[in-house]
Design a binder for this molecule. Structure first.
Ligand code: SF4
Ligand code: ZN
Ligand code: ZN
Length: 289
């Protein structure tokens, strides 16, 4: 099987590209994303977890930073999950050192008084919310234009189906490659430069560029619904792209989520109730320690 652009051996079926053309295609796709969503002259907070997605997005953005005049800071949250957190931090440090960038480390225990291991019931359902809260707060207080996340095409397809299986139609409004910053609501926008790239493409890029990433999974993720979904349902790359393009088109016709935001009486960040979910969760965890 030959590359669609040259005579070299193709390393991937779809798109059918050789090593060099694949790397070029991959980086061009992220460049196109930045162009399309006007991510130029911006200050970005990149959340690096040490996983393949965040490592790859960190690396490619460092290559594109001059072209798009980006100011970048890398941010790692020390969750306090034995072995997993240490390994992840080691990778995040190694990657940021190799691209010559400082890494800001946010120690959950030191800053908030607890670790993810202190959550005894379904830690994953709180962990995501906690990370989102911390990233938004830090980005807002330090005047960032966007938080960069490593979500890929497979994650988005899972998000779409999971919400459809659970009849959460209004939640589908939340999918998308970016959200806008709303300064007076203290909300910093989020961008997902890997939104149109599959997990397979990301793994291949990491391998070709010899990028390190955390091999071991978080012990809490072993039985995640997302893992089961990815094992049970298989789509081709084009089918995955068509699913997200269709949903992005359908979003125009979906009802808007009607949420009235106010500010948390404890921390001052946006919430739909008097106290935000982060403050309520934190209080509950601290009371059990
Ligand atoms: Fe957090 Fe769960 Fe992911 Fe572990 S698997 S990092 S606890 S969301
Ligand atoms: Zn080629
Ligand atoms: Zn709060």
């Amino acid at each position: 099987m030959k590359c669609q652009h040259c005579k070299k051996q193709a390393i991937l079926k779809s798109p059918r590209l050789c090593e060099d053309h694949f790397v070029e295609y991959f980086e061009r796709k992220i460049g196109k994303f930045l162009d399309k969503y006007k991510i130029k002259n911006k200050k970005l907070l990149v959340a690096i977890s040490g996983g393949k997605d965040s490592v790859v997005v960190s690396y490619v953005l460092s290559k594109l930073k001059e072209k798009f005049n980006l100011q970048i800071e890398y941010f790692f949250i020390r969750l306090g999950i034995p072995v997993f957190t240490e390994k992840s931090e080691e990778i995040a440090t190694k990657v940021t050192e190799s691209i010559n960038y400082p890494l800001t480390i946010y120690d959950l225990k030191k800053e908030e008084g607890f670790t993810i291991m202190d959550i005894k019931y379904k830690p994953c359902s709180y962990c995501g919310m906690i990370r989102r809260y911390i990233l938004n707060k830090y980005a807002f207080e330090n005047d960032f234009d966007y938080v960069v996340l490593g979500h890929n095409l497979d994650d988005e397809v899972f998000f779409i189906f999971n919400n459809m299986f659970n009849k959460n139609i209004t939640q589908l409004q939340r999918t998308g490659p970016l959200t806008q910053t709303i300064k007076d609501k203290k909300l910093v926008g989020r961008i997902k430069p890997l939104y149109f790239l599959t997990e397979q493409e990301i793994l291949l890029y990491a391998k070709l560029k010899n990028l390190p990433y955390v091999g071991c999974a978080c012990p809490n993720s072993l039985e995640s619904t997302q893992k089961k979904f990815k094992k049970d349902i298989e789509f081709s790359r084009d089918q995955k792209l068509n699913i997200v393009y269709s949903i992005l088109e359908m979003k125009k016709y979906l009802p808007e989520e009607k949420v009235e935001l106010k500010f948390c009486e404890k921390c001052g960040f946006p919430t739909t109730s008097d106290t935000c979910k982060f403050c309520r969760t934190k209080e509950k965890i601290l009371s059990t320690l």
